[in-house]
Design a protein around this ligand. Structure first.
Ligand SMILES: NC(=O)c1ccc[n+]([C@@H]2O[C@H](COP(=O)([O-])OP(=O)(O)OC[C@H]3O[C@@H](n4cnc5c(N)ncnc54)[C@H](OP(=O)(O)O)[C@@H]3O)[C@@H](O)[C@H]2O)c1
Length: 238
């Protein structure tokens, strides 16, 4: 098993939900963590909780769909916190409606955050991983990125897009010892899934963010010569 203690990770959307659980799990492994998002109050609160776990923690406020803000935000983090070994592209939004019902702005926003945001952040972090000749990039897609459903056209298009981006990137950078892994979870209890009415969050029935974080950590601990290309996580008793 790889030892990840002392590595530096960037978790987008790390203040709550899946991203927060991943940040907590990383901090418990002794990984230094930077979390990002748009809500500074939530970031500050989560950063304080992470710091109490005894690792180095910072946060940055930027919208992943704004490329200029992303490039500047990552540059600032590199100057104040250091270069990254691990990138978790987790930030995302969702709303469901039929193609005819959803307006163009909402449809575009989902693509801009989930797909373009993943591309912008990856492009900002990739040079430092290539320079180190090592690194891990984890993409949070969704089972909605494997199959469409009525009312999920924007979300599915964005999450299918993340899989295509990741598959190409993986083939491009594995020669640099950079692993690219795409995770496609089914419903997990979070503000997103509860607000969408997908679950009531009952831990007896639905995956919890901590379950997903365990998969992320297990992936990072694989021997360096091995790469989990993709994995789908489902509840056993929905
Ligand atoms: N929960 C599920 O059932 C489920 C299943 C499959 C996949 N996923 C995926 O898992 C990821 C996390 O979802 P979640 O359930 O944890 O949702 P969540 O609780 O709503 O959290 C979403 C996170 O993304 C950040 N974010 C959203 N838009 C952003 C933007 N434009 N710029 C920067 N940060 C942004 C949010 O921070 P701010 O609000 O501060 O910006 C927040 O931290 C998403 O990619 C989602 O599509 C979730």
């Amino acid at each position: 098993m790889e030892n990840i203690t002392g590595k530096r990770a960037l978790v987008t959307g790390g203040a709550k939900g899946l991203g927060k659980a991943i940040a907590v799990a990383l901090a418990k492994e002794g990984v230094h963590v930077a979390i990002t998002g748009r809500n500074e109050i939530a970031l500050k609160q989560t950063a304080a909780e992470l710091t109490a776990l005894g690792t180095e923690v910072t946060y940055a406020v930027f919208d992943v769909s704004d490329n200029e803000a992303v490039q500047q935000g990552i540059k600032n983090l590199n100057e104040t916190f250091g270069n990254f070994d691990i990138l978790v592209n987790n930030a995302g939004i969702s709303s469901f409606a039929s193609v005819m019902e959803m307006d163009v702005q909402d449809w575009t926003a989902i693509i801009n955050v989930n797909l373009m945001g993943t591309y912008f952040v990856t492009k900002a972090v990739l040079p430092q991983l290539i320079e180190k000749n090592q690194g891990d990039i984890i993409m949070v897609s969704s089972t909605a990125g494997l199959n469409g459903a009525a009312t999920t056209s924007a979300y599915s298009a964005s999450k299918f897009g993340v899989i295509g981006f990741a598959d190409s990137l993986m083939r491009e950078v594995r020669k640099n010892n950079i692993r690219v892994c795409t995770l496609t979870p089914s419903t997990i209890a979070s503000d997103m899934s509860i607000d969408l009415g997908l679950t009531d969050g009952d831990p007896e029935k639905v995956l919890q963010p901590e379950d997903f974080a365990e998969l992320v950590i297990a992936n990072l601990k694989l021997p360096k010569r091995a790469m989990l290309k993709s994995a789908s996580l489902w509840s056993t008793n929905p």
